[in-house]
Design a protein around this ligand. Structure first.
Ligand code: NI
Length: 404
């Protein structure tokens, strides 16, 4: 028994010692770790970095858009706001943040009080200056996204999430210059050197360019043709019949005021080669006078009816004779789709296209073909402008069929 008591006392003591060691051991461990200053500081700074990453708006904006931070353009708008932007394929994405707490804000926070509607209207008007109607109609829809790139000389407003018919896939934007922006927003915008509106379309001599010409008008259908040209920011040359000019003076005036060109198609659409000299002179003079009386323009271009001109007449008559390189035969088939197809299948840089504005089917075809020509990169201008862009000075007593 005595031995047993001794034995159990010993076991209890051993157990107590073991428990004590085990319970102290973790303290020793912790103490040892904390004693190493390098390890301790390293752990702490990693934790802070992770926290920072979570709130860094540039990093989160970059990762959200799947790009590196070096691709983000950071622009300090003023002491309160910074704009982050990146260009992606044919669009731009942006985010405006408050410098103070890095929170995201809307463009309306930057505008002067109550100016959001007017600011949006400014964008709309500038888009209408720059783009044809079939594009601006899509840009003005609610689902269209606007993104902003702040620059030293103004704001670029980029559009995305819109669809047009036909499809327009180019980078779509307007430039709001400092002078345009002044009433709406305060930021350090540097006044541009000239007062040219960068949204105003400029003809490019290197771009594909064609002239569309209309014969036999004007009549009541011509107004529709003028409107379609206007909506697409394009111009044309109208070879008019003198007697029709006298019937539709307001149409002739409107047409000229919109930058279109007027040429002669004789007074009564008679074949020039069949007229006697006296009759010919009278016919051409009365046409030119009728046009000049309304527009103030001197007529220098003529399209002889049926394209019929003799060498003698060419030498005698003081005009530039404008024929054509694409004959749509719109007057013959009066088929909207056929007119469109002929133009789109045959069109090439420098062409002169023959149409007749007096037919409803032709004006309907124009509504379809002009946006398509725009998409394909064609500038549609008057005959004189086409010659000018191609570096050709129009001579009298000369026949032109195209400017290729
Ligand atoms: Ni004709």
């Amino acid at each position: 028994m005595k031995n047993n008591i001794k034995e159990s006392g010993f076991i209890a003591l051993i157990t107590l010692i073991l428990v004590a060691i085990l319970s102290i051991a973790p303290f020793y461990n912790t103490k040892n770790e904390k004693k190493d200053p390098e390890t301790y500081e390293y752990t702490l700074s990693t934790e802070i970095q992770i926290q920072k990453e979570k709130v860094d708006p540039i990093k989160s904006f970059a990762s959200l858009n799947g790009v590196g931070i070096e691709e983000i353009n950071e622009y300090k708008i003023n002491k309160y706001y910074t704009n982050l932007s990146i260009k992606k394929e044919n669009m731009l994405v942006n985010k405006i943040i408050k410098n103070k707490d890095k929170s995201t804000v809307d463009i309306s926070n930057l505008l002067k009080k109550g100016m959001l509607t007017d600011f949006n209207n400014l964008i709309k008007v500038q888009a209408e200056i720059k783009y044809p109607l079939f594009i601006t109609e899509a840009l003005n829809k609610e689902e269209t996204t606007k993104s902003y790139e702040f620059l030293d000389d103004g704001i670029m407003v980029y559009f995305s999430d819109f669809t047009t018919t036909p499809v327009y896939n180019e980078m779509t934007y307007v430039h709001l210059t400092c002078s345009l922006l002044k009433p709406y927003i305060d930021y350090e915008c540097k006044e541009e050197n000239d007062n040219l509106n960068p949204n105003a379309p400029v003809l490019n001599p290197k771009a594909k360019t064609i002239a569309i010409t209309f014969d036999d008008g004007p009549n009541k259908n011509t107004t529709s043709v003028i409107n379609t040209l206007k909506q697409n920011h394009m111009n044309a040359t109208f070879f008019m019949i003198g007697s029709n000019v006298e019937l539709y003076p307001n149409t002739v005036k409107e047409l000229a005021e919109n930058g279109n060109e007027i040429g002669s198609h004789t007074y009564s659409h008679k074949q020039l080669t069949k007229l006697k000299e006296e009759e010919l002179t009278k016919d051409l003079q009365s046409t030119d006078e009728a046009i000049q009386k309304i527009t103030g323009q001197t007529v220098s271009l003529i399209r002889p009816p049926y394209g019929s001109i003799s060498d003698t007449l060419k030498k005698e008559l003081n005009y530039s004779f404008i024929l054509w390189s694409i004959d749509t035969e719109d007057w013959k088939h009066k088929d909207v789709q056929k007119t469109v197809d002929i133009i789109l299948e045959e069109v090439e840089d420098g062409d002169i296209i023959l149409l007749h504005d007096i037919h409803y089917t032709t004006s309907e075809a124009l509504k379809l073909v002009l946006p398509e020509l725009y998409i394909r990169g064609y500038q549609v201008v008057t005959v004189s402008k086409l010659a000018e862009l191609k570096g050709i000075s129009l001579e009298k007593n000369t026949i032109y069929r195209n400017f290729k």
